[in-house]
Ligand binder design. Structure first.
Ligand code: ATP
Ligand code: MG
Ligand code: FE
Length: 351
């Protein structure tokens, strides 16, 4: 079965083709991605209306690219999948509209997919796919959750952030340091050269005893610390500080976020008795997070799985994959009803 998938929940247009092979892990044949980041950078964040319009411009050329890459024709597609939510309503509508129109024209069924289920199942696209059951640490730009996953569609929420997501904590701290949107990866690069113990930043809820997270206080602490450094050095802005000082604050910020993510993941593993951890979402690309999880999990004989680096942030491959795995599991059928809707807010554990 050939699944063509569309992702358009935010500022990446993604298209991909996945092929199911019996009950085995589906195989990615081809994928294409266009990131709108540069367009939004001038505004310091994603502008929803611009995002929707750009998805319209990109989606068909990307589809051509995917078909060519897979060596398939549109007529060979068995199911068309799209991100139904959560995300920006207008942006989601582009993917949903294109997917349903294409499916209707081809007389093929459609399937709306949950964006976070896409992230969650993206490690199945890697060379070292996980096996169920596992604990999942879902760390993206909009979500930070720990879940127990017993199979496709069997998700139990163990804990989540009560305010900002981990990706947001990276991005907001990066913005305070004068870095361009989304600053997470840039902050991580600066952190590589800094001392993570240089500044003591808060690790909210580290000892709360539950699996919830809170990152809103961290950005305030980063703001206060950066203002102190600027005042002490007598420079006009944070960017004017000596680079070592900036690297040190970046490293200390990253350490505060990573510490909490690692500690809570280990607690979730211990409480659940499971010996497998799956990390997914954009922050899963963070090298310090991976290094610490690898080290701690090795000590506990826990296997850790990640998405391929380039599939941590939004992409079409994870959407086609999630659709293929849902169909394969028999949990959901694709439909020939093309009256689509989108779900800008949609909790994953409600699936
Ligand atoms: P959601 O999936 O919750 O709707 P999203 O789609 O915007 O949100 P993703 O695409 O999964 O989120 O991830 C983007 C986030 O990942 C951004 O906040 C970005 O800064 C962060 N990120 C990406 N790479 C890194 C990195 N190396 N270190 C830290 N953060 C990173
Ligand atoms: Mg994005
Ligand atoms: Fe995402």
């Amino acid at each position: 079965m050939l699944v063509l998938g569309f992702e358009s929940s935010c500022d990446e247009t993604g298209v991909a083709m996945v092929e199911t092979q019996g009950t085995g892990v589906p195989v990615l044949l081809s994928h294409a991605l266009y990131s709108q980041i540069e367009m939004h950078q001038a505004f310091g964040g994603v502008v929803p209306e611009l995002a929707s319009r750009d998805h319209i411009r990109r989606v068909l050329p990307l589809t051509q690219e995917v078909l060519a890459g897979a060596g398939k024709s549109l007529q060979e597609v068995d199911v068309v999948a799209f991100t139904r939510g959560p995300g920006l309503a207008g942006a989601l509508l582009v993917g949903a509209g294109v997917a349903c129109a294409m499916a209707a024209a081809l007389g093929k069924p459609v399937l709306g997919v949950h964006h976070l289920e896409g992230h969650l199942l993206s490690p199945f696209l890697s060379a070292d796919p996980p096996e169920f059951p596992f604990v999942a640490l879902l760390v993206s730009g909009g979500h930070t959750q720990l879940m127990r996953v017993d199979g496709v569609g069997r998700y139990e929420l163990l804990g989540e952030t009560i305010d900002d997501a981990a990706g947001e904590a990276f991005d907001k701290s990066a913005k305070l340091m004068g870095l361009a949107y989304p600053g997470g990866p840039l902050l991580a690069r600066m952190a590589e050269k800094g001392n993570p113990k240089a500044y003591a930043l808060p690790r909210p809820l580290l000892h709360s005893g539950n699996l919830d997270f809170s990152f809103a206080g961290l950005k305030t602490a980063v703001l206060v610390q950066s203002q102190k450094m600027v005042a002490a050095a007598g420079v006009p802005t944070f960017e004017a500080l000596p680079e070592q000082a900036r690297w040190d604050l970046a490293a200390s910020t990253q350490a505060a976020i990573v510490d909490v993510l690692v500690k809570k993941s280990l607690t979730a593993l211990k409480n659940s008795g499971l010996s497998r951890l799956v990390v997914a979402g954009g922050v899963g690309a963070n090298r310090e997070l991976r290094a610490q999880l690898n080290a701690e999990c090795a000590k506990r004989k826990v296997r850790v799985h990640y998405p391929e680096m380039h599939l941590c942030t939004d992409n079409g491959a994870m959407i086609a994959m999630a659709a293929a795995m849902r169909l394969q599991s028999g949990l959901q059928q694709a439909t020939q009803s093309y009256a689509f809707d989108v779900k800008p807010r949609w909790p994953l554990h409600s699936l």
